[in-house]
Design a protein around this ligand. Structure first.
Ligand code: PGA
Length: 253
């Protein structure tokens, strides 16, 4: 099944509103846009309204970096899925390893967030990935399969088919170290097989991304693999010219 490449920029806790607007001006694609690649940017919540405006009619989609699992009420500091929809969000990153580590997010909470995002027709980008110890012990694939299972177990097949999964080995994030494209392909195949076991044929249409020190120099080797459908890009999505070049290098299908 043909799956369109998806490149998502995760700005993390970077860029204030004026910096985001400057980025948007520099990033705006030439006529012809980004070709055959879907592109999304996930800024901090504070820059979202400005980017919604700046990205109007560009085809660049907006995503959030987190969401809460209730829709309104006494949850000080949280942002709901309907608030994200209101800001024009299409995607939401859920279960990023930085949130699992620093905010102690559990698989259970992550599963709830995925479910609520889907109910609101947001596309969750579910992040999974092993740490270095698990990789060195040869347990990476088993560990990631369990993470996928725990986050998706309560969903219907149709809902599972609407999830994007980002495989991000913790040891590759922000480190400049990457697995080989063969190792990533093996993991993405295992993720697809896990989803197929739960949801059947919809797994073939599901997009699975790689994330962790993706750069314009190495993106092509990843997206050439049959089960890697794009990338979640942190550091290299912060400079407009570099991110544009990275997207150009991802036009391989
Ligand atoms: P990185 O981050 O590209 O800076 O390694 C990726 C991510 O955390 O999503």
């Amino acid at each position: 099944m043909e799956r369109k490449i998806l490149i998502v920029g995760n700005w993390k806790m970077n860029k204030d509103v004026s910096e985001a607007v400057v980025f948007a001006k520099e990033f705006y694609p030439e006529p012809g846009g980004f070709g055959d690649v879907d592109v999304a940017v996930c800024p901090p919540f504070t820059a979202m309204a400005a980017l919604k405006e700046a990205f109007t009619n560009t085809g660049i989609m907006l995503g959030a970096q987190n969401v809460f699992y209730e829709d309104r009420g006494a949850f000080t500091g949280e942002v709901s899925p309907s608030m994200l929809k209101d800001l024009g969000c299409k995607f939401v990153i859920i279960g990023h390893s930085e949130r699992r580590e620093h905010m102690k997010e559990t698989d259970k909470e992550i599963g709830r967030k995925v479910m609520v995002a889907l109910k609101h027709r947001l596309t969750p980008i579910l992040c999974v990935g092993e740490d270095l110890k698990q990789r060195e012990m040869g347990r990476a694939v088993g560990f990631v399969r369990v993470q996928v299972d725990k986050a998706l177990v309560d969903l219907s097949s149709e809902e599972m088919g609407r999830v994007v999964i980002a495989y991000e080995p913790v040891w590759a994030i922000g480190t400049g170290r990457t697995p080989t494209s063969g190792q990533v392909e093996e993991m993405c195949q295992a993720i697809r097989a896990t989803v197929a076991g739960m949801a059947g044929a919809v797994a073939q249409g599901m997009r699975i991304l790689y994330g962790g020190s993706v750069q314009k120099e190495n993106i092509a080797q990843f997206v050439q693999e049959p089960n890697i459908d794009g990338a979640l890009v942190g550091g290299a999505s912060l400079r407009a010219a570099d991110f544009r070049e990275l997207i150009a290098q991802a036009q391989v299908r």
